[in-house]
Ligand binder design. Structure first.
Ligand code: GLY
Ligand code: MN
Ligand code: MN
Length: 452
């Protein structure tokens, strides 16, 4: 893994080497989905750009994740992949004659050899490349305009989609290689962002330093960066960006990733500016996070791990002088939930919150999160080569802490400790890990180490 280059392009020879087996695996899961839905052809639509209401501007294009999991084509609207079992997949590649907007280049890259590529220049030319027997097709994609179905009536049937979503939970070697690169990309951004924070920059400037280091425009980021100074760190999805630095710098929480061919990393780090007590809390959280990561393995129940994380974080709160009692009491009285009000993590892939985290099997049955923990997005048993995040956090969120007033929990909170932590906002540490038979590969820590 340390040999890996930082070539993010579709000329990367390592990715080119792994890609044919990936396409074979994707074909096999589509064969199975077709069989289960009694259809002969799967047609995957990349998507259509959306227009702003009463305007002629387009929102940034986000390709259908199903399409991206076939091919590294994140910017190819109005295109189709046709899969027929036993045949080379067909790619209907839409290359319009358009001088108002940028158009995709000619098909080029390691992926082209796996497709029967048909370049079309008008929408009307697409129909001729779709299977004639439309009644034997299923269409997978977001359809806002009926004309994009070309007469295919079965759109996103659950008999097929459930199988595809369940299968996506386990990554191919190609996908894992893309995600190692995405981790590298994100780690490079995190180093640049930490440097900008140490230089006393504003949230906006730190964000720009991050984007420059990962070479992403805002729309290319896998999700909106969370760049939070001081108390902003307690806003779980803080995406404002103050243009001026705060008058006093206390802390920095950054949750930001990178993407390579549509595959995401999702990384969080927290830093103390100069405060030794807050630095010590970050250290405790780092140790706790690594302890949780060390419990990941195939067969583990992530629901149990999430509940165990509450006990581990309760111990951190006690050691840091923010709560008192014992971890089980803090869990039972709701103290740990007030400080840690989100899930331990989620599946990761072509979507940051990848599909399939609740699925019990490929038929669509689901597994509920544990009672009292509605925000946990990953309830399924862990299998080798699943990619997931591990992201414990503790925050001062007054709206949640106030709910403890007047309950048994109130006496288990050291309110002085809360007052001390409030200006720092909180701490979250998030890594991306690959599940193995007896442990996991921590792609995030590996990436930080490789770039150190
Ligand atoms: N960045 C979103 C998340 O951590 O889930
Ligand atoms: Mn995150
Ligand atoms: Mn996450």
């Amino acid at each position: 893994m340390q040999r890996m280059s930082n070539d993010y392009s579709d000329k990367n020879p390592e990715l080119g080497h792994l890609y044919p087996a990936h396409v074979s695996a994707v074909c096999a899961r589509h064969d199975h989905a077709l069989e289960n839905s009694g259809a002969a052809h799967a047609v995957i639509f990349s998507g259509c750009p959306k227009t702003v209401f009463l305007d002629d501007q387009l929102y940034p294009f986000k390709a259908n994740a199903h399409f991206v999991s076939w091919a590294p084509l994140t910017g190819l609207p109005l295109s189709y992949i046709v899969h027929t079992p036993g045949e080379t997949p067909r790619l209907i590649y839409y290359l319009p004659h358009d001088y108002w907007h940028p158009v995709p280049g000619q098909p080029d890259g390691y992926w082209t050899g796996q497709f029967d590529v048909r370049v079309v220049h008008t929408i009307d030319d697409i129909a001729a490349h779709l299977p004639d027997d439309r009644d034997k097709c299923i269409l997978i994609g977001e359809i806002d305009d009926e004309s994009h179905t070309f007469g295919i009536e079965r759109v996103n049937p659950t008999s097929a989609v459930n199988i595809l979503h369940y299968a996506r939970g386990v990554k191919t070697e190609y996908e894992l290689a893309c995600m190692r690169l995405a981790s590298r990309r994100g780690a490079a951004g995190h180093y640049a962002a930490e440097g900008a924070f140490r230089d006393g920059r504003s949230e906006f400037e730190i964000h720009r330093a991050y984007c420059k280091a990962v070479s992403h425009a805002d729309n290319e980021l896998p999700y909106s960066n969370i760049v939070a100074l001081n108390a902003h760190s307690a806003v779980l999805h803080y995406t404002d960006m103050d243009r001026e630095p705060p008058s006093e710098m206390h802390s920095f929480l950054i949750d930001a990733g990178g993407q390579v061919h549509g595959y995401a990393s999702d990384i969080t780090r927290t830093y103390s500016y100069k405060d030794a007590r807050f630095a010590e809390l970050i250290e405790r959280m780092d140790t706790a996070q690594l302890d949780i990561v060390s419990r990941i393995r195939a067969g583990a129940d992530y629901r149990d791990l999430h509940v165990e994380t509450h006990r581990i974080l309760a111990a951190v709160l006690i050691e840091a002088g923010i709560a008192n009692g014992d971890p089980d009491t803090l869990l039972a009285t709701g103290v740990s939930s007030a400080f840690f009000p989100h899930g331990l993590g989620h599946l990761l892939g072509v979507q940051v919150h990848d599909v399939g985290g609740f699925m019990e099997n490929e038929n669509g049955s689901t597994i509920d999160p544990p009672s009292g923990h509605p925000f946990l997005r990953l309830t399924r048993e862990l299998e080798p080569n699943m990619m997931l995040t591990v992201e414990p956090g503790i925050y001062v969120i007054d709206m949640l802490l106030e709910n403890l007033r007047g309950t048994q929990a109130e006496n288990h909170v050291n309110w002085d400790g809360v007052d001390w932590l409030r200006p720092f906002g909180g701490v979250r540490i998030e890594d991306n890990v690959r599940v193995t038979a007896d442990g996991c590969e921590n792609m995030t820590r590996d990436a930080f180490t490789a770039l150190a």
